[in-house]
Design a protein around this ligand. Structure first.
Ligand code: SF4
Length: 649
């Protein structure tokens, strides 16, 4: 018989659990944490009570909490107590691996809370499988071993869990040789049951309290769970009693991508090369491979003609035509042929390809076939498709994500909490609720506990300056602002095209500080340099979120252009649906989307209660239709001035 797991307090029934939970939360925030120097923050306590209430009533809850609220501690207390109460772990889904570490790493928030409250919180990370070493790949790297550093070789020999985070200096080039990827067919691997990835899964399956995942892992489990169980396989995650989405505003894209399929051109080319080099393959098989290769190139060439070019979007929409569907269909047929030939004559290829490779190629062909099948069905009306602006992958994802979420998650009747600093436009959650198809939800919103009135001044471009809205004038204003502030600025643009325009414009000026350009370095490196080089200026379209630079290195935030949404295919679908419902597309999609992104961007400036700074919006706001949306996205209480009044001295 299992020993009873001690919870943070005693109770006899569900009613008493709720009562005691609220009492305990009050004790922790009003008495225990202040003893260790933590401030009493009413915003944090309110958020904690709201989350507790949602858990106890099985609600879906939207908990918006401004920067500095301490929302992580606020939801962790309830998550831990509820896991003990329900006897099943609670899942916390974060937006990235780095945030998983921040929460559950050895010095993360859970470890700190555990220590302060003298509780043994059992929290384990279920990371993206790409973050783990694959023993089968390591065994195949004999040629590459000599080129790996001693540090990497030593780590490979001694690591128990094989997590990439254990060795931060690992180059991407080396990780490609030894880290797990989709081409590995675990189902038929002889190391299955013994390898580190499998052990990692066994480890997090045994957690008692919390499983910390990223959004991708969570949705991969959610969409495949029923099928895996029906096939007698273990799902990715064990059974859980509740879900908390940290950075909940970011779930739509990972949810869509995990529910969809894609064709990566580079991987397809590798597979074609490998197949065509098979020794002793029959002519009919090679002819199937060659036909597939032709159809593949024809499809992607035609696809390229059908892309809606947009410099501002990372995903390019596709104009679906009969001609494109015809080439997609032809490509699909050649894939089907090749797959049949592959399966019938598998033994012939065993000498040239490992069983693992054969299985991986079959999987790749099957996934590509599914993507094309969904694309062609009903002329693409049931799907959203795009081409990735970075690696050129072709993506097909279901259009009915809200229905899927409803069926697989909301109807489970378990508590689900979405937390973020940006879920609403001035307390109006409608846009977020609509995008992810929520129906009955409870909501809470609290602002930042910082003294924003005295920490931030916002300067606007008055509409009377419209006639001066030319690039030269904007560049002159930018130079003047940067000089007055001595650099120390983050300039947010809406596209890489704007970044290039600014670089060209600044070319004739000699600025006495370093400029860090988004396209001239890896994101993490740029943000670290920006933090360390106090007078540097960071310019880019990709820094509206995830830049945390407290102190003197960031005292000026310049919005070069308001972040109106692009022609991103996911946004386009929302626009289309709004139009079909007779709604004003700008008001129901574009303005709220812009408002949420602007709110995120403004949140980069003040990171602690000691920070001070200015936000400058160079785009026009005053007198526009979106003025109130912009005002609602600015730090609450901040003083508003016109750009002419700027005086940083
Ligand atoms: S089971 Fe999968 S991850 Fe483990 S060694 Fe085999 S292929 Fe690699």
């Amino acid at each position: 018989m299992c020993a009873r797991i001690r919870g943070p307090f005693e109770y006899n029934n569900k009613e008493e659990f709720k009562e005691k939970l609220l009492e305990w939360i009050g004790d922790v925030f009003y008495d225990i944490l202040p003893e260790y120097g933590y401030e009493v923050r009413e915003e944090q306590i309110y958020t904690a009570f709201q989350s507790a209430d949602a858990f106890c009533n099985n609600n879906i809850h939207l908990a918006e909490a401004g920067l500095g609220t301490g929302k992580t501690f606020a939801y962790l207390l309830t998550a831990f107590a509820y896991a003990r109460f329900s006897g099943k772990p609670v899942v916390i889904a974060c937006a990235s691996t780095a945030l998983q570490e921040q929460l559950a790493g050895s010095e993360g928030d859970i470890a700190i809370l555990s220590k302060l409250l003298e509780l043994e919180i059992d929290a384990r990370m279920a990371k993206d499988p790409h973050q783990y070493i694959c023993d089968a790949k390591v065994n195949d790297t004999t040629d590459e071993v000599s080129t790996m550093s001693d540090e990497v070789n030593e780590w490979i020999n001694k690591t128990n869990r094989g997590e990439r985070s254990e060795i931060p200096s690992m180059p991407d080039r080396v990780w490609k040789w030894i880290g797990w990827d989709e081409s590995m067919a675990c189902d038929i691997c002889s190391s299955r049951g013994f390898c580190k990835l499998v052990k990692a899964k066994e480890h997090y399956w045994q957690t008692k309290d919390l499983i910390i995942v990223d959004h991708e892992v969570f949705f991969n489990d959610l969409w495949t769970r029923d099928e895996r169980i029906a096939n007698g396989q273990l799902p990715i995650l064990p059974s859980y009693s509740a879900v908390i989405f940290d950075e909940g505003h970011k779930i739509l894209l990972p949810a869509a991508m995990q529910a969809g399929e894609h064709i990566n051109q580079e991987e397809m080319e590798h597979m074609i090369d490998a197949i065509e080099e098979i020794q002793g393959a029959r002519d009919s098989f090679l002819s199937s491979a060659i036909s597939m290769e032709h159809a593949f190139h024809e499809f992607f060439t035609n696809l390229n003609w059908h892309l809606i070019k947009d410099d501002c979007s990372k995903r390019l929409s596709i104009r679906i035509s009969d001609d494109l569907l015809k080439t997609a269909n032809a490509f699909k047929k050649t894939l089907n042929h090749l797959l049949m030939d592959f399966q019938i004559e598998q033994e012939l290829y065993m000498e040239s390809l490992s069983a693992n490779q054969i299985q991986a190629y079959e999987g790749q062909i099957e996934r590509a076939t599914i993507a094309l099948e969904q694309f062609c069905r009903n002329k693409g009306v049931d799907i959203i498709s795009w081409v990735d602006g970075g690696d050129g992958s072709f993506w097909v994802v279901p259009r009915n994500l809200s229905e899927l979420l409803n069926k697989k998650l909301y109807q489970k009747e378990i508590p689900v909490v979405f937390t973020s600093a940006t879920l609403s436009n001035e307390g109006d959650f409608d846009y977020f609720i609509r995008t992810i198809g929520l129906k009955n939800v409870t909501k809470s919103t609290v602002g930042s506990p910082f003294d924003l009135e005295n920490q931030v001044v916002v300067y606007m471009n008055p509409s009377s300056n419209c006639k001066k809205d030319d690039l030269n004038h904007k560049i002159e204003t930018l130079v003047s602002l940067l000089n007055q502030n001595g650099g120390r600025a983050l300039v947010l643009t809406n596209s890489m095209e704007e970044v290039r325009m600014i670089r060209k414009g600044l070319g004739k000026y000699k600025l006495p500080f370093e400029i860090l350009w988004e396209d001239k370095g890896e994101r993490g490196f740029l943000v670290r340099t920006f933090r360390q080089e106090e007078t540097s200026v960071l310019i880019g379209s990709n820094f509206w979120e995830g830049v945390d630079v407290p102190g003197e290195a960031l005292t000026l935030l310049i919005v070069w252009q308001l972040p109106f949404p692009t022609r991103d295919p996911i946004i386009e679908v929302q626009r289309k649906e709004a139009r079909q419902q007779g709604l004003d597309v700008a008001k129901t999609v574009d303005y709220p989307e812009m408002g949420l992104k602007l709110k995120q961007g403004c949140g980069r400036l003040i990171r602690t209660q000691n920070d001070q700074g200015a936000i400058i919006i160079l785009d026009h706001v005053i007198g526009t239709r979106w003025e109130s949306v912009v005002m609602g996205a600015l730090p609450a209480g901040a003083k508003i001035r016109t750009i002419g009044e700027v005086n940083f001295n």
